[in-house]
Design a protein around this ligand. Structure first.
Ligand code: PEP
Ligand code: MN
Length: 263
């Protein structure tokens, strides 16, 4: 059902009036994790002032170590909703447990399914049964075909509002946290009718590569770019090495506007 052979025209997803997949590039920005109301609000203010509507933040954090910050859970979703309402933003947040999908609908505008859960088939089925867009990230070691099949799990249950997100894959290369598979973007756009985004934060794990990789994503035809922003990355409870502070974020968005004007 996700195949372009079955549906030649692009799927356009309406998120509070933002049309994803219609040709314009959309940014999904916000902190890695929801830590406090004040922290989320500071980032939301910055995001809003750059005219961005899609606001991300993790309330359920799938951390590699069980001793690392696991997120605020439902309380984190409540903070996101409150701040998003104050600034008229749409909330994109990861859900890791099928049992939380129903409750999350009250707080989120887009359900994110993270890389580690790309083949959590019960979660995919649960996301397929609701009437909210899903941002599905590519698994750390998933082939493009496996990624497309994961989206098929969601659409086959009735929910066709799926945004695919390339976020880097695991390779032998250690210079970056993951290896951004940039050619996945045109392949996914050719094989499916779904919008495709690129997460430059998790694919590179390097703040100095966010601008060039985001330019590459836009140039190759991505419908959107995701990146993380924190008021003080040095003290962030997760991903402190790669989140942008607010001045860096402002510069990033200005660079993206300059670049978009050249292509
Ligand atoms: C995230 O976007 O918060 C995240 C954990 O990313 P990924 O699932 O791609 O690792
Ligand atoms: Mn992160």
């Amino acid at each position: 059902l996700v195949s372009r052979k079955r549906k030649p025209e692009n799927t356009v997803i309406d998120i509070n009036g933002e049309l994803i997949g219609e040709g314009k590039v959309h940014f999904v920005m916000g902190p890695c994790a929801v830590e406090t109301y004040e922290q989320v609000k500071e980032v939301a203010q910055a995001v809003k002032s750059k005219g961005i509507k899609l606001f991300r933040g993790g309330a359920f954090k799938p951390r590699t170590s069980p001793y690392d910050f696991q997120g605020l859970g439902i309380e984190g979703l409540q903070i996101l909703r409150q701040v998003a309402n104050e600034f008229d933003l749409a909330v994109v947040s990861e859900i890791v447990n099928p049992a939380h999908i129903e409750e999350a609908l009250e707080y989120v505008d887009v359900i994110q399914i993270g890389a580690r859960n790309m083949q959590n088939f019960e979660l995919l089925k649960a996301a397929g049964e609701v009437n909210k867009p899903v941002l599905l990230k590519r698994g750390l070691s998933a082939t493009i075909s496996e990624f497309i099949n994961a989206a098929e799990y969601i659409i086959s249950r009735g929910n066709g509002n799926i945004i695919l997100c390339e976020r880097g894959i695991r390779t032998y290369e250690t210079a970056t946290r993951n290896t951004l598979d940039i050619s996945a973007v045109p392949i996914l756009k050719k094989e499916t009718h779904l919008p495709v985004m690129v997460d430059v934060t998790h694919s590179t794990g390097r703040r100095d590569l966010l601008i060039p990789t985001a330019r590459a994503a836009i140039a190759i035809g991505a419908d959107g770019v995701m990146a993380e922003v924190h008021p003080d990355p040095a003290v962030a409870l997760s991903d402190s090495l790669q989140q942008m502070d607010i001045p860096t974020f402002n510069h990033f968005i200005d660079e993206m506007s300059n670049f978009a004007a050249t292509i």
